[in-house]
Design a protein around this ligand. Structure first.
Ligand SMILES: NC(=O)c1ccc[n+]([C@@H]2O[C@H](COP(=O)([O-])OP(=O)(O)OC[C@H]3O[C@@H](n4cnc5c(N)ncnc54)[C@H](O)[C@@H]3O)[C@@H](O)[C@H]2O)c1
Length: 383
């Protein structure tokens, strides 16, 4: 059993997503399990080089996770043939120039969503990657969440009959930063720094809806900046120029109506931070990040509107948790393994830069819908 190394430049790795999801829960976790098993008994061994602007921060991060290679010089890393993959989890506005440089240096590229801060940028990346013949991918982690995979299992198994509607609630209270530190970086609340929940979340809803229920055909979206002032990482107050809530409605091919609320200004009275309810003629389901409950039409109670008496039905008791029936690994790690195998073995990886561009496209259309106060059609993007 030999270890086959694969060099990966990890940029933006000192950030929230870079450190927690990509370094610790994905790359380090893959190394801790002994690599990714390959056909024939060998294993694929990720050999990262951590890249960041702050030398002491990036060195410390590398040392604390047993990573030998780190650098503050991205250009030098891109010129080094020891790494064949470039990964980007920088803030969104840094993405296009960095990924472009990596593709031109001949690296395969993988990046966080949104793949760009504009549709034009996202399409340019997809086209450049195609021209240069490198492999490419964009994070679509929600597809690999246990709850969403169980939901997909129900759709594929025909559980719902005809699917009628999808209603999603995503969000939680992001502290303003004044009397308790905020749990998200402040750039998220400044449009000039690439912030805004529409750009952040609608690209997720695109691939979740497209892959689970059918192609998104139209969007209507209302944004809101509910909290106008927040405090940044240095404790300084700033004006919020980006929306912190999005109330969006989507029409899906075949007539399914999907409504997704996304908010950083909502207190959670739900089982999970994301819950998606699907109603169909034969049954309904509510999926969270991990769990998924169903109610078949045979188990559906018959409520009658009567506010004069206490509600006689325990509605939640009429739902059944569906079993795992398989092992679920971390969603980001699962997608990393697929991408690394795609690079090494040429196995399929549909989550490419063109898919990333579709997410950016829907985000732009949602913003335009809010600005112009109208429904927007979603044109097909040429691959
Ligand atoms: N897949 C998901 O569910 C998910 C969730 C949150 C964020 N994201 C995406 O991940 C990316 C990073 O988000 P985050 O929350 O980790 O942000 P963050 O602010 O915690 O991290 C950003 C990283 O980019 C680096 N960076 C910032 N400005 C830079 C500059 N001018 N030049 C070079 N590097 C710079 C920072 O040093 C840091 O390493 C964003 O594109 C965001 O949309 C994805």
């Amino acid at each position: 059993m030999a270890k086959k190394s694969i060099g990966i430049i990890l940029n933006g790795v000192t950030g929230r997503m870079g450190t927690n999801q990509h370094l610790v829960r994905s790359i380090v976790a893959i190394r801790n399990q002994g690599g990714i098993p390959l056909p024939g008994g060998d294993s694929l061994w990720p050999e990262p080089v951590l890249v960041g602007r702050n030398e002491s921060k990036v060195r410390q991060l590398a040392e604390s996770h047993g990573i030998a290679r780190w650098s503050t010089n991205l250009e030098a890393c891109l010129a080094d043939p020891a790494s064949s993959i470039y990964f980007d989890a920088q803030t969104t506005v840094q993405r296009v120039p960095a990924v472009q440089a990596a593709i031109l240096a001949g690296k395969h590229v993988y990046c966080e969503k949104p793949s760009a801060d504009s549709l034009a940028g996202a399409l340019a990346l997809a086209e450049l990657a195609r021209q240069q013949g490198v492999k490419h991918g964009v994070v679509q982690d929600k597809l690999f969440l246990p709850g969403i995979r169980k939901l997909k299992r129900l759709v594929d198994g025909g559980f719902f009959g005809k699917i009628l509607s999808v209603r999603g609630e995503f969000g939680y209270w992001v502290f303003e930063g004044g009397w308790q530190p905020a749990q998200r970086p402040s750039w998220n609340y400044r449009a000039e720094d690439g912030g805004g929940i529409i750009t952040d979340m609608v690209c997720h809803w695109r691939y979740v809806l497209d892959n689970t229920f059918g192609a998104v055909k139209r969007v209507s979206c209302l944004g809101a900046t509910h909290i106008p002032e927040r405090w940044d990482e240095a404790g300084k107050p700033y004006h919020c120029t980006a929306e912190d809530a999005a109330y969006a409605c989507f029409e899906i091919d075949g007539g399914v109506v999907a409504q997704m609320n996304s908010s950083w200004a909502v207190r959670v009275h739900r089982g999970e931070l994301l819950e998606i309810q699907v109603d169909g003629t034969e049954g309904s389901a509510v999926a969270g990040l991990r769990g998924c409950k169903t109610q078949h039409r045979a188990n559906c109670p018959k409520p009658v509107w009567n506010p004069d008496v206490p509600n006689p039905i325990d509605f939640r008791a009429g739902w059944q948790e569906i079993p795992d029936n398989q092992e679920f690994d971390n969603a980001f790690k699962t997608q990393w393994e697929l991408f690394l195998k795609h690079v090494e073995l040429g196995t399929p990886f549909p989550h490419d830069l063109m898919e990333g561009a579709r997410g950016v496209q829907l985000g732009e259309l949602a913003l335009a819908s809010w600005r112009e106060r109208r429904w927007m059609d979603v044109p097909e993007l040429e691959a």
